[in-house]
Design a protein around this ligand. Structure first.
Ligand code: TXA
Ligand code: MG
Length: 351
């Protein structure tokens, strides 16, 4: 299949409206289109068409028990695919939609089990990205979209990474530039009381608590030794895995730099290529084949935005061993650490 790559930046949606209309038509006809969102690129298909969902799983090489998120552009659409929107869910929607948040609801009958991975619940998100919103509307209102990466790779934050993984497998890729957030949406299960965070993201526990009071967090988010199964089926897979072996080092800045440099030198002496993920504050102190500044510890948004790109760059550079600093576990730091720990297979060393 020939994959058509088009470019539509936020500022161009009016002049390039006919291209977005074409994308909507492809989706309506059962095709697949990768779309930019404010988090990461999504691999879109018509959420109410089981054949489209099956195609999504095939293109990603994703196990079909791992449910998809349905993207909508307005509240009326939400009401058609769930059995009811609770007062609490409505509050969350009012506060954070459109935006980087996904809620789990009991599903309505029209949602095929192919889309929900066999579950009776459905994940729904209303993205804020204007390109995504327009394509969803032109597609008829319901776009199932997992991250547009091959299963097991970091989620794509740039269209070129979508093309790397999906060229020849899907009908169209819309380049909309780099997403603002760079990490996937927060997922909160509204079918349980108190509501429970299944995947941390830009919308934090603290932000949800301010609105709703008590919020639970799935214990498996920052630990792999709880013996529990993650509640979001996708969280059990080793996601976001770079080719190089990644270890996270936690401790005081000086101790971390010393430990990483000692180990980097040893690995390089053995002929291995070493990559380092450092903060802006510490970056000048590192020695390695590829030392990358992930952003400032005082601006976690910048770290979230760069993380997946850096992991992909290490793959391109054939890095064998990667050391990363550790980041805070509160707020947005929780989302960053959750993704980093998964990429590292939970290898974390305290120094
Ligand atoms: O930011 C995002 O959410 C991006 C963009 C494209 O919107 N999408 C995304 O989708 O990250 P995906 O498929 O890569 O991750 C969806 C996660 C998976 O871990 C999946 O198991 C979980 O959501 N999920 C989906 N439906 C669920 C349900 N009914 N119950 C529990 N978890 C669910
Ligand atoms: Mg994903």
């Amino acid at each position: 299949m020939e994959t058509k790559l088009i470019s539509v930046m936020e500022s161009e949606i009016e002049e390039k409206d006919s291209l977005l209309r074409e994308a909507g038509e492809i989706l309506k006809n059962g095709g697949l289109v990768a779309i930019p969102t404010e988090t990461v690129y999504g691999l879109g298909g018509d959420a109410l068409n089981k054949a489209s969902s099956q195609k999504i799983y095939a293109a990603k090489g994703r196990p079909s028990d791992n449910p998809l998120i349905i993207h909508v552009a307005d509240m009326e659409s939400v009401e058609k695919i769930v059995t009811g929107v609770s007062t609490q869910a409505r509050k969350v929607a009012d506060a954070f939609w459109p935006g980087p948040l996904t809620m789990i609801f009991p599903k309505a009958e029209i949602v095929p089990y192919e889309t929900t991975g066999g579950l009776d619940t459905v994940a729904v998100r209303m993205p804020s990205h204007p390109v995504a919103r327009r394509v969803i509307a032109y597609a008829g209102g319901y776009v199932a979209a997992p991250s547009a990466n091959t299963s097991g790779k970091p989620s794509p934050t740039l269209a070129k990474y979508v093309m790397e993984d999906m060229n020849g497998k899907i009908d169209m890729v819309i380049d909309g530039g780099e997403g603002d957030i760079g990490l996937e949406s927060t997922i909160v299960d509204m079918t349980v009381s108190p509501p429970q965070i299944l995947r941390p993201g830009y919308i934090t526990k603290e932000m949800l608590e301010e609105l709703l009071g008590e919020i639970d967090v799935d214990r498996t988010i920052l630990r792999n030794d709880t013996g529990d199964r993650p509640k979001a089926p996708g969280m059990k897979y080793r996601h976001y895995a770079p080719k190089g072996e990644l270890t996270i080092i936690s401790g005081s800045q000086d101790a971390v730099i010393e430990y990483i440099n000692d180990n980097a030198r040893k690995a390089m002496a053995e002929g291995k290529r070493v990559g380092i993920i450092g903060s802006d504050e510490a970056i000048a102190g590192y020695v390695g084949d590829s030392v990358k500044n992930v952003g400032s510890k005082s601006d976690e948004l910048s770290i979230g935005r760069s993380l997946y790109r850096i992991l992909r760059e290490f793959d391109e550079e054939n890095i064998d061993v990667i050391y990363s600093e550790s980041f805070g576990s509160e707020g947005m730091g929780q989302a960053i650490m959750n993704r980093l720990l998964k990429a590292a297979g939970h290898q974390l060393i305290e120094v």
